[in-house]
Design a protein. Structure first.
Length: 279
């Protein structure tokens, strides 16, 4: 078999993919970029609410197509266009310093908030005022690992489809429902009406996470609100919560970063809920 024909760097398909680096174009096209074998593999397996494939196009170097033949074949089987491209094209489209040879164009996959509420979630992460894309993606990954039912990014938070957010999620973006762009007040009101207890994570919270666990108050449906990396949650957001909870610092550390605190809180809730189900 001969070497596949390579797509031209001046191809309209390449130009269209490059534009997705900008939020305005992502929003207009409702497409985003997923880079690397892990993210592309998850994108290939994902289907939208109507059953349509999430991955629409795949750019791959010849070497990567051989190394990850299973992913490329699976992408073709879904109907995605597969373009063999020189390294220079992948480097031009990619947002990473060292592209891994696979780059997928995907449909937006955020879920309506009403669908999340209808499913009666037991554990939800709400990102309010989170501005760092890497943190947003990492919290999403933590939520997925802890078994959360959904993640909500409020209208004051970073774009879910920012390339750094997508990379930091390590494929978890494709695993659980994510709601984007709603006011935090709407998110809290809808969850509370559905019987979900709202906990705001804040280093100055009056409630201690250990005390909450000891009091057996965390076994029910719970949503955690996580705030800005630098200044936390504003007073008006904390006031929406049923309780404001701090992660105890038992050593000499000044504080925990956002993603670490989120992981501790989400796993604490997941553990409490499992214990309650066993009883």
């Amino acid at each position: 078999m001969g070497t596949p024909e390579l797509i031209s760097p001046r191809s309209p398909r390449v130009t269209a993919a490059k534009r997705l680096a900008k939020r305005a174009f992502r929003g207009k096209e409702r497409r985003f970029i997923a880079e690397g074998p892990q993210a592309v593999r998850e994108a290939v397996a994902h289907r939208g609410a109507g059953g349509e494939p999430t991955l629409t196009e795949l750019f791959t170097t010849v070497e990567a197509a051989e190394r990850y033949a299973d992913i490329v074949d699976a992408a073709r089987a879904t109907g995605a266009r597969v373009h063999h491209a020189p390294d220079t094209v992948l480097a031009d489209v990619s947002q990473t310093v060292t592209p891994q040879g696979l780059l997928g164009v995907c449909r937006f996959l955020d879920s309506p908030f009403e669908d999340v509420l209808r499913a009666r979630p037991r554990l939800v992460a709400v990102l309010a005022h989170v501005r760092d894309p890497g943190n947003a993606g990492t919290v999403l990954r933590c939520a997925d690992a802890a078994g959360a039912d959904a993640v909500v990014l409020t209208d004051a938070s970073v774009d879910l489809y920012n390339p750094k957010s997508v990379r930091a999620s390590a494929g978890s973006l494709f695993h659980l429902p994510v709601v984007v762009g709603i006011p935090v007040e709407q998110a809290v009101r809808g969850l509370q009406e559905g019987g979900v207890r709202i906990l705001a994570a804040d280093g100055a919270g009056e409630n201690d996470l250990d005390d909450e666990l000891d009091a057996d108050t965390m076994g029910g449906p719970t949503a955690w609100i996580f705030g800005n990396e630098a200044w936390g949650l504003p007073a008006e957001t904390r006031a929406l919560a049923d309780a404001v909870v701090r992660v105890p610092i038992h050593g000499k550390a000044e504080s925990l970063n956002l993603a670490t605190a989120a992981a501790v809180c989400l796993y604490a809730s997941a553990r409490a809920q499992r214990v309650l189900r066993v009883r």
